[in-house]
Write a protein that binds this ligand. Structure first.
Ligand code: DGL
Length: 261
């Protein structure tokens, strides 16, 4: 099975990590679209266009069987169009884990951290309306502009990032939020800092594993037998912090620059 995975940068590698734990007998091709990062402050139209360009590239260049949109922001903007245009592909998107958070919370107070574009999107609003309206649960939504850039530059463990996170989290801490949805695939890379600022009294909801399971389930339905080796090839459309990539993957994987975007 050939799988194309992409995100605006490093974030989608949190999904690749989960895929590596579960998927066998596959070629994974990962694009970090850093030329256009961050996606979270771009318009719906721009994000849709980046997504379609990357998908076309994957199909033409790698003849992929499956596409994983390892990005909440791109999923909200493009998943519907992707499914309409590419019915032959297995397509798995990334949605903030609002449902598991609602199931996990004891206090009934759930924080949602995501990019401005995700929180503004119609798709996210529909998700929240279906799951939380009319329930006892209170959602505290917080856009985190600038956090993706800090993560891309490997600046999570700095005073500056700590200050940004404190500004977004202090209200949640004081009001008794006990569960936080990491609604951007970059944010698991700041999970330790987030947990610290919440005095370690918080469950953080990641979606990487759920995505890997969903991909495996859909692929098996189409005959994928999930054995054999797994290869990972990395590409970037702009510059990338190679040290941060190696730190995440636990090994140094060559990264190829794609110039056509
Ligand atoms: N990692 C992405 C997400 O899940 C995109 C973040 C960004 O580029 O703003 O939303």
């Amino acid at each position: 099975m050939k799988v194309g995975v992409f995100d605006s940068g490093l974030g989608g590698l949190t999904v690749v990590q989960a895929m590596r734990g579960l998927i066998k007998g596959a070629e994974i091709h990962y694009i970090a679209d850093t030329k256009h990062a961050p996606y979270g402050d771009k318009s719906h139209e721009e994000i849709l266009q980046y997504t379609l360009d990357i998908t076309e590239y994957f199909i033409k260049r790698h003849n992929i069987d499956a596409l994983v949109v390892a990005c909440n922001t791109a999923t909200t903007a493009a998943i519907k169009t992707l499914r309409e245009r590419y019915p032959q592909l297995i397509i798995v998107g990334t949605e903030p884990g609002v449902k598991p958070a609602i199931e996990a919370t004891q206090s009934g107070k759930v924080g949602i951290l995501a990019t401005p574009a995700t929180l503004k999107s119609e798709k996210y609003q529909q998700l929240v309306d279906t799951l939380a309206s009319g329930s006892e649960i209170t959602l505290y939504e917080q856009a985190c502009p600038g956090l993706v850039e800090q993560i891309e530059q490997d600046l999570v463990d700095t005073e500056e990032t700590r200050g940004m996170l404190e500004g977004w989290l202090c209200g949640m801490r004081e009001t008794g939020v006990d569960t936080i949805v990491l609604g951007c695939t970059h944010y698991p890379l700041a999970a330790e800092r987030i947990s610290e600022l919440m005095n370690h009294r918080v469950s953080l909801i990641h979606t990487g594993e759920a995505i890997a399971k969903r991909l495996l389930g859909l692929a098996q339905k189409q005959g994928h037998c999930n054995n054999g080796s797994l290869s990972l090839s990395l590409y970037t459309t702009g510059s990338i912090n190679k040290k941060a990539v190696s730190k995440m993957l636990g090994e140094s994987v060559p990264i190829q620059k794609i110039d056509r975007f």
